[in-house]
Design a protein around this ligand. Structure first.
Ligand code: PLP
Length: 397
């Protein structure tokens, strides 16, 4: 028996993906300035990043980062529980809990790690984890890594979720959903899911990576915007790398939840704490996101403008009230061709293809930011109107 070569197998899989037009390509951005990107000699107006409030390059963040680095250097030196937990981390955790209206918060180095850690800590092998089919990859991975039985319900289908919970009424159960869906931009039916969880005894977890900063009058996110809080959604996770323009993530919950995670979430325990200067910068971002509501107002005005313009052009909009405004184009080649045509016209809009989205649901994932101006949104609409009609299903020819 010949053992298969793992590296050759990987290369073969890559070749197959490439032949199907699905290969991903890594390209280097030489310079970013607001929504502008300089790449391979071309200046592009980006409509694809998650810096929804335009904070990633804000001078207050840069200053906070520099000052904290001047005072205490770059690396935290160790994991939180060893000696890496600094005053900057503690202050950020306290502010995140206060902002979201939760008792406590715990920092993780990335959102991916936060979700893996929470699920591994909460779930045991024979538990049930019920999830929306369109949840982010790391929620699905988290349930699988924890060894729980993963059941996925059709997108936003509360009755479907109820049936899955009812299939094993005696099992420990976690129901997890994105607050705002990362590839569709729509908001989960949070109040109905919260009621279902209360009635069926399941624990409710929301991943609010794309809602924090964007939704709610103070930017507290999709949970607060839905009139819910810690009693209804006892496990809240959100990231610091999207609307806050930094990097990292946190989980908010009761003191008991946070103490439990601190004891047993492996992706918290066995990893280096984020640089304290980054925590300081994130605290500066939080204050701006919370207090400068004009950023949210501007973003929502741009969203309304884009949607109105796209509807007038007959573009295949998806029903999203958030900064994520995908155009559904169908097959992967059409999405790629549209993305390339936009790039030639000076716009950076990535094509999202399977397996990130289901087959036949390839799209342009357009994202808006408070860093954009009205005229730039109009220019994007103009460029979209020039896409060949056959590339855009449903558009009048
Ligand atoms: C981006 C994202 C994550 C992962 O967060 P990172 O900090 O980038 O690892 C998790 N969940 C959702 C819904 C996301 O969009």
């Amino acid at each position: 028996m010949m053992r298969p070569s793992l590296t050759e197998r990987l290369a073969r899989q890559h070749a197959e993906r490439a032949a199907a037009g699905l290969a991903r390509r890594l390209r280097t951005v030489d310079r970013a300035e607001g929504p502008w990107m300089q790449r391979e000699g071309q200046r592009l107006l980006a409509f694809c990043n998650n810096d929804y409030l335009g904070l990633a390059q804000h001078p207050a963040l840069v200053r906070a980062l520099q000052q904290a680095a001047d005072a205490s250097g770059v690396g935290s030196g160790s994991a939180h529980l060893i000696g890496g937990h600094r005053a900057e981390h503690a202050a950020l955790e306290e502010a995140l809990a206060e902002w979201t209206g939760y008792e406590r918060a715990l920092l993780f180095s990335t959102g991916y790690m936060a979700n893996l850690g929470v699920m591994q800590a909460l779930l045991q092998r024979d538990d049930l984890c019920v999830q929306d089919k369109l949840n982010h990859a790391c929620l699905l991975d988290g349930a699988q890594l924890a060894g729980a039985e993963l059941k996925r319900y059709p997108h936003a289908d509360v009755d479907g979720a109820a049936r899955q919970l009812a299939s094993r009424p005696a099992a420990g159960a976690l129901l997890a959903t994105d607050g705002v869906f990362s590839m569709d931009g729509d908001i989960a039916p949070l109040p109905a899911l919260a009621t279902l969880c209360r009635e069926s005894g399941a624990t409710f977890m929301v991943d609010d990576a794309h809602g924090l900063g964007v939704l709610g009058t103070r930017g507290e996110g999709s949970v607060g915007a839905a009139g819910l809080g810690q009693p209804e959604v006892p496990v809240l996770m959100a990231t610091l790398g999207k609307a806050l323009g930094c990097s990292g993530a946190f989980v908010a919950g009761s003191g008991a939840l946070i103490d439990g995670l601190l004891q047993s979430a492996r992706t918290y325990i066995y990893t280096t704490a984020m640089p304290p200067a980054l925590a300081a910068a994130t605290l500066a971002a939080l204050r701006l996101a919370r207090d400068e509501s004009w950023r949210r107002d501007k973003l929502h005005a741009l969203i309304a403008r884009f949607r109105q313009g796209a509807a007038q052009l007959g573009l295949p909009l998806m029903p999203s009230p958030t900064a994520i405004q995908p155009l559904l184009l169908g097959d992967a080649q059409a999405a790629l061709a549209a993305s390339q045509a936009l790039e030639a016209a000076g716009f950076l809009v990535t094509a999202i293809r399977p397996p990130t989205v289901p087959a036949g649901k390839a799209r342009l994932r357009i994202t808006l930011s408070a860093a954009h101006e009205e005229t730039q949104v109009d220019q994007l609409l103009e460029a979209l109107s020039r896409l060949p009609a056959r590339a855009v299903p449903g558009r009048p020819v």
